[in-house]
Design a binder for this molecule. Structure first.
Ligand code: PLP
Length: 412
C-alpha cells in the first residue's frame, strides 16, 4: 500500500459514507488479520543460497541447529527442538509424556489444541476461561479433575500467559502433567521470565500468521533433559543413529529454509514488537471512550509481543452485535476476524461428542460472541489504523440508527 493510496482515506462521519450503506470502501486492497512479519530479505536470500550451495536441506542441518540455539537463548530455556509445525510438536510432547485418558483444556482456543488430544485418543475435557484474561480458569480446572485425568494443557492465548502459578500448584498437588500451548506467546513474559520454560514443557508455533514465522514451523522447549532427548528422537522417526531406532516416532522435522526464515525474523523481533506495540497503542487511543467496545488490554508490567488486537463488542451497550460490526468492517475491506469462534466445544467432532459442554462454559460462550480481532503487524500503518478507528467510531456513534437499518436484513 503506497502513500498515495493512503492519503486518499477519507473521513467517514455519516452512515451513508459507510460502504455497507452505499459509500466507497475505505480500502481498495483487503486488510487481513495475520499478514506475516518479515525480516531482512537480503539476509534470507543469502541463507537460502547457502543452503542450496551446501545441498543440505533438512535432517539436523546447520540452520536448524542455530535456530534451536537462538530460540532457547531468547526464551531462556535449556532445550529447544525445532519442528515442522506446532501441531505435530504438541502431539509428540503429549505422546512422549504418556498422557492418556482425559486432559483438561480451555474451550476458547484454536481448535487444534483440542484436536491434538482427540487425535491421540485422549478426551479433551473443556474448561471455562476467565473472561478478563481469556485464559483457562484454574478454579474450574480443579473441579474437572477425575480419576482419568492425566494432565492440563494450558494455552497462553493472544500471548497472554495463563495463571501459571495456580496451574502449577494444581498440577503438583494432583500429580498431573502440565503442558503449555505457547503457540502465540514467543516474546512474552510471566513473572519477569520469558515464556518457554514453564510447566513440564511448552510449544511455540512459527506459522506464517504468528508473531515470529519460519513459513511453517514450531518448537518444543523444556528444561527436562530426558524429555528433550525423547522428543528429539520422536520427531525423527525414533532414529538414534543410522540403522538404530529406539522408539516409535514420526516426521516432525523442521527444514533448513524454514530455519533460515526463522533466524532472519528472529533478528528483527525487536522491530516487530515495537511496530505491534505502536499499532496496539494507536488502536487503544483511537477507540478510547467509546461505549461498549474496548480492546483487551495488555498488562504493561509484562513484556509482550502485541501480536493480536482484540476488540470486544458488548452488544448490551452498543446495540449492535459483534457480527453486525464485522459485516460493516468487511464491507470496507477491513477483514476483522472472530477468532476462536464459536469455541472448540461448538465445532465437530466435539459438538456431537459432548453436546452439553456449553452448559458449564458460560464465560467461553460470552467471550466467543464478543471478540473481533483487527489487522496489525508490519503492513499496518498509522494512517490505516486512523481510518479503521474512524470507521468504528462512526459505527458505534450511529449504532442505534444502524441497528434499525439492519433489522429485517438477512444475517449474512
Ligand atoms: C497456531 C496455533 C497452533 C498450531 O500451530 P501450527 O504451527 O500452525 O501447527 C496451536 N495452538 C494455538 C493456540 C495456535 O494459535
Amino acid at each position: 500500500m503506497d502513500q498515495e493510496q493512503e492519503s486518499r482515506y477519507s473521513v467517514k462521519s455519516r452512515i451513508g459514507d459507510l460502504a455497507f450503506f452505499g459509500g466507497t470502501p475505505a480500502f481498495e486492497d483487503a486488510l487481513h488479520v495475520g499478514r506475516p512479519n518479515i525480516g531482512n530479505r537480503r539476509k534470507f536470500d543469502e541463507r537460502v543460497h547457502d543452503i542450496l550451495d551446501r545441498k543440505w536441506l533438512t535432517n539436523a542441518g546447520i540452520y536448524v541447529k542455530e535456530f534451536e540455539r537462538r530460540i532457547a537463548e531468547y526464551a531462556g530455556v535449556e532445550h529447544c527442538i525445532a519442528t515442522c509445525n506446532a501441531t505435530i510438536a504438541l502431539e509428540i510432547v503429549i505422546r512422549a509424556l504418556g498422557m492418556a485418558g482425559e486432559v483438561i483444556v480451555p474451550a476458547f482456543t484454536h481448535v487444534v489444541t483440542a484436536h491434538v488430544l482427540q487425535w491421540l485418543g485422549i478426551i479433551p475435557v473443556f474448561c471455562d476461561i476467565d473472561a478478563r484474561t481469556h485464559t483457562i480458569d484454574p478454579n474450574q480446572v480443579d473441579r474437572l479433575i477425575s480419576s482419568r485425568t492425566t494432565g492440563i494443557l494450558g494455552v497462553h492465548l493472544w500471548g497472554r500467559p495463563c495463571d501459571i502459578e495456580a496451574l502449577s500448584d494444581i498440577a503438583k498437588r494432583r500429580s498431573l502433567k502440565l503442558v503449555f500451548d505457547a503457540a502465540q506467546a514467543l516474546g512474552c513474559t510471566y513473572g519477569g521470565r520469558m515464556i518457554g520454560s514453564f510447566g513440564t514443557v511448552e510449544v511455540f508455533s512459527f506459522h506464517a500468521t504468528k508473531f515470529l514465522n519460519s513459513l511453517e514451523g514450531g518448537a518444543i522447549v523444556t528444561n527436562d533433559s530426558e524429555l528433550a532427548r525423547k522428543v528429539r528422537l520422536m520427531k525423527n522417526f525414533g532414529f538414534a543413529g543410522n540403522d538404530s531406532v529406539e522408539c516409535i516416532g514420526t516426521n516432525g522435522k523442521m527444514n533448513e529454509v524454514s530455519a533460515a526464515m526463522g533466524l532472519t525474523n528472529l533478528e528483527s523481533v525487536t522491530d516487530f514488537i515495537s511496530i505491534n506495540r505502536r499499532n496496539h497503542k494507536q488502536y487503544q487511543d483511537g477507540l478510547a471512550g467509546l461505549d461498549g467496545v474496548a480492546l483487551l488490554p495488555y498488562q504493561e508490567e509484562r513484556s509482550c509481543n502485541y501480536q493480536y488486537v482484540v476488540l470486544e463488542v458488548d452488544e448490551s451497550k452498543t446495540m449492535l452485535t459483534r457480527d453486525q460490526v464485522m459485516r460493516i468492517l468487511h464491507a470496507e475491506n477491513i477483514l476483522a476476524r472472530r477468532y476462536f469462534y464459536p469455541g472448540c466445544h461448538r465445532v465437530e467432532p466435539y459438538r456431537t461428542l459432548y453436546p452439553n459442554a456449553h452448559l458449564h462454559l458460560p464465560e467461553t460462550e460470552c467471550v466467543a460472541a464478543r471478540v473481533l480481532t483487527l489487522p496489525t503487524g508490519q503492513v499496518i500503518t498509522p494512517r490505516i489504523i486512523s481510518a479503521i478507528c474512524n470507521i468504528i467510531r462512526t459505527v458505534i456513534k450511529n449504532a442505534e440508527e444502524i441497528g434499525k437499518l439492519l433489522q429485517g436484513m438477512p444475517a449474512n
